[in-house]
Design a protein around this ligand. Structure first.
Ligand SMILES: NC(=O)c1ccc[n+]([C@@H]2O[C@H](COP(=O)([O-])OP(=O)(O)OC[C@H]3O[C@@H](n4cnc5c(N)ncnc54)[C@H](O)[C@@H]3O)[C@@H](O)[C@H]2O)c1
Length: 433
């Protein structure tokens, strides 16, 4: 089998490498020069366990990064993996990247190859937007085009592993499309699930992420509700869950990242006004509201901003477990922007994110060491749940225990610090108590 992948970002590169590792002949195109430069050196442009090794093993063998798809070889399928962000300033999906991806296969696409959409789109996009586009591009009837929607559902930080065993959702506009998609994904993963339609496949992807979003919203809402009664929200949730299988209330925390921040909006995008839509939207908005709550906490503990009131922010990547360097859609970045707008000066730190990417945010001074970031600060915000926070108490602990220093340990992960009585710590569970 030979496939062409359009876009070698998080999704495209991990899929390209997983397919190449199974002997599929993979050609990938990418418009970002930095990504191509990294791949020339056999490495990914982001941190993903196991990925660099696989690139090294397969690059220039079954994995080919090319400027454009060669016209003298035949492809069984093309896979679109470009981003589908929300339009800037609006909560609506922007599918311009998909259209540009389709244009980039124009020279080699003749309607005989399967076009697989892997990017996340609103329900109906594959049939109503992409299918007519392809038909026009190659001059064939829509009924003769082969198109599939096969969404990506891996977790960043575990993608290389998950791609080889997660059930893969496939779909097609006709039986021939389904069969090619089946054949391709069966070479990568043992379990392939055929959705009843392109629309069902689109919906499944959106359900998976929106379900997570809404589940976390329940934990966050319960956590804040507890504080209305003067009760610690994190403790109440932990004790409600303990040994009681029927309670699995999510631990409170930021619900972020390039997918969770947008997929609920993509799901409701073309949904008529109804109670389901309002329900989904209110969960998303509740999760987003946590960012303003942190700004309120800073104001209440540190007071109004001034040059001497520096706030240290650590955990800038959108999640700590599994660890990632990804800053896209990170609540920490949104919080930093809100603090900057409020007039606070900041020091930034992360255990995994690349310092040059943190510097490019232009939100504060970047430190490689957490204790250095706290040295001249009035408060520390620990904003993701990286495992290293459990053991940050070293010989520089005086930065945490200095007079008036406040710590906001959003996820309650700085476990060692809780043994030290003179360190003042708040969490999402008691931030307003
Ligand atoms: N990141 C994840 O873990 C994840 C998981 C599931 C689904 N998704 C979905 O998958 C899609 C891709 O997400 P991502 O995180 O990989 O995005 P990304 O931005 O990391 O990757 C997309 C890549 O496509 C490239 N690109 C854009 N237009 C191009 C073109 N015309 N030709 C060649 N390359 C082009 C971009 O430069 C970029 O590198 C999105 O719809 C996202 O919602 C992402």
């Amino acid at each position: 089998m030979r496939i062409g992948i359009i876009g070698l970002g998080y999704v495209g590169l991990t899929l390209a490498v997983a397919a190449a590792a199974k002997g599929i002949d993979v050609y990938g195109i990418e418009i970002n020069q930095h990504i191509k430069d990294c791949l020339k050196e056999n490495k990914a442009h982001f941190f993903e366990p196991g990925l660099d090794n696989l690139i090294k093993r397969n690059n220039n063998k079954t994995l080919h990064v090319v400027e454009e798809f060669p016209a003298d070889i035949s492809f069984d399928a093309f896979i679109i993996t470009v981003g589908t962000p929300l339009k800037s300033g609006a909560k609506e999906p922007n599918f311009e990247y998909i259209k540009s991806a389709l244009m980039s296969v124009q020279k080699v696409y003749d309607g005989s190859q399967l076009m697989i959409l892997r990017s996340t789109v609103s329900v109906g996009t594959t049939r109503r937007v992409i299918l007519p586009f392809l038909s026009q591009m190659c001059g064939k009837e829509e009924s003769d085009i082969l198109i599939s929607m096969c969404p990506e559902r891996t977790l960043e930080g575990k993608a290389v592993d998950e791609l080889t065993h997660l059930p893969q959702i496939i779909s097609g506009n006709n039986q021939a499309s389904v069969e090619i998609a089946q054949k391709l994904f069966r070479m990568i993963t043992p379990c392939v699930i055929e959705a009843n339609s392109l629309e069902e496949a689109e919906l499944i992807k959106l359900y998976c992420n929106t379900y997570r979003d809404m589940t976390f919203a329940i934990g966050n809402a319960f956590c804040m509700a507890a504080q209305e009664f003067g009760v610690d929200g994190m403790d109440a949730i932990e004790h409600a869950n303990y040994g009681y299988a029927r309670s699995n209330i999510a631990k409170p925390g930021f619900v972020a990242g390039p997918c969770l921040e947008k997929d609920a909006y993509i799901l409701i995008n073309n949904m008529p006004d109804c109670d389901s839509k309002n329900f989904i939207l209110s969960a998303r908005r509740f999760n987003e509201s946590l960012e303003d709550m942190v700004v309120r906490w800073v104001k209440s503990k540190v007071g109004e901003p001034s040059d001497s009131k520096i706030i240290a922010l650590s955990g800038m990547a959108f999640k700590g477990q599994p660890e990632t360097s990804d800053l896209r859609g990170s609540s920490s970045v949104y919080i930093a922007n809100k603090l900057k707008a409020a007039g606070y000066k900041m020091n930034l730190h992360d255990f995994v994110a690349l310092p040059e990417e943190l510097k490019a945010l232009n939100l504060g001074t970047v430190y490689n060491d957490l204790h250095d970031a706290c040295a001249n600060a009035k408060a520390l915000l620990v904003l993701n749940n990286h495992k290293k926070y459990a053991s940050i108490m070293d010989d520089q602990v005086f930065h945490f225990s200095k007079d008036g220093f406040e710590i906001f340990d959003s996820w309650g992960v700085c476990t060692e610090l809780y043994y030290c009585e003179d360190i003042k710590i708040s969490t999402l569970g008691n931030m307003f108590n």
